[in-house]
Write a protein that binds this ligand. Structure first.
Ligand code: NDP
Length: 299
């Protein structure tokens, strides 16, 4: 069997088209344009790139974005004060704090300072807590895990009753992905660096989400024939044939897995594009909610 490739670029592009349409409708109804503030502390080049990409994508769908840059030696108080100012600013409907923060900064306190109503990354403990609770609805769901679920559904996976395995338990990907799968009535196993016989656990998965950060660790023979595989991993490996000297690969050995799985996401072009689309969707929904506007349901 050769797996279908789940095209995250195409699905994210569809989401962006519907976001643009919804932003236009919001403006036509006399409400203000959604505003996203990106807080960037320090000079980490990767963080600057991520924020630039997020701002570019915002502009494409009509979301106003502002970059709030602070020096690497900013104090905890300066960062939290900026977050409080943004909480109070009525033109801002979403606040993201680009992680990682410089060493010595209490990340939990900064994320906790974001108003839960503007927490478009969905990392506020209250949002994550509600995600974990039965019968509670978080205001925002983190974009990358939400993207994994959207990709699975678009590929036609049945989540209810499925054996789902998530490799990775980080706050931003693995754990919320597992919580979302539980909400979809999957039977979920969460794996991590201390899991015994990971290979056997993976081989039992109808749905496999890999969020590890280790290039091509999951081999083809770890995958159950016919499984749906979502590869969140984004790893650089040296490649002299590329101008930039490296290429990106996932946590799954794609060329092997494609021979076994039913459907699989590529890297790049799978989960990555869904992350930014999810952030923009959260920002639009926040602008709608904060302005008392009922939007249409979106992917
Ligand atoms: P973290 O480093 O925070 O978490 C990695 C997880 O993998 C941990 O739970 C860790 O276990 C587990 N792990 C590490 N080594 C092993 C191993 N040998 N066997 C089993 N489990 C292992 O990473 P993130 O969750 O932030 O990111 C994971 C990957 O996803 C990265 O490649 C990252 O670049 C990518 N990513 C991609 C995004 C996208 O938009 N496409 C967005 C965010 C991340 P333990 O808890 O025991 O340490």
């Amino acid at each position: 069997m050769t797996a279908r490739i789940i095209d995250g670029e195409a699905i994210a592009a569809e989401i962006r088209v519907s976001l643009k349409r919804e932003v236009e409708k919001l403006l036509l109804s006399g409400k203000s344009r959604p505003g996203l503030a990106a807080v960037l502390v320090g000079d980490d080049p990767a963080s600057h790139t991520y924020v630039r990409l997020k701002r570019k994508a915002s502009a494409e769908v009509g979301i106003e974005s502002v970059a709030q840059e602070l020096a690497a030696d900013s104090s905890q108080e300066q960062i939290e004060n900026l977050v409080h100012e943004l909480n109070a600013d009525p033109t801002i409907h979403g606040i993201l704090v680009q992680l990682p923060l410089p060493q010595g900064i209490d990340e939990e306190a900064v994320l906790g300072a974001i108003s839960i109503e503007k927490d478009v990354d969905g990392f506020h403990p209250l949002n994550i807590g509600k995600l974990a609770m039965k019968g509670r609805e978080p205001l925002f769901v983190p974009a990358t895990p939400a993207g994994c679920i959207t990709l699975l559904k678009s590929a036609g996976a049945t989540l209810q009753g499925a054996n789902a395995v998530v490799v990775g338990r980080s706050n931003i990907v693995g754990m919320p992905a597992a919580l979302l799968l539980v909400r979809e009535n999957a039977t979920v196993t969460i794996c991590h660096s201390r899991t015994k016989d990971l290979q056997s656990v993976c081989r039992n998965a109808d749905i496999l989400i890999a969020a590890i950060g280790r290039a091509e660790m999951i081999r083809g023979d770890w995958i159950k024939p016919g499984a749906f595989v979502i590869d969140v991993g984004t790893n650089r490996v040296d490649d002299a044939s590329k101008e930039r000297g490296y290429r990106l690969v996932g946590d799954v050995a794609f060329d092997e897995a494609i021979e076994v799985a039913q459907a699989i996401t590529p890297v790049p072009g799978g989960v990555g594009p869904m992350t930014i689309a999810g952030l923009l969707r959260n920002t639009l929904q926040s602008a709608q909610r904060l302005q008392g506007y009922m939007g249409e349901a979106m992917l």
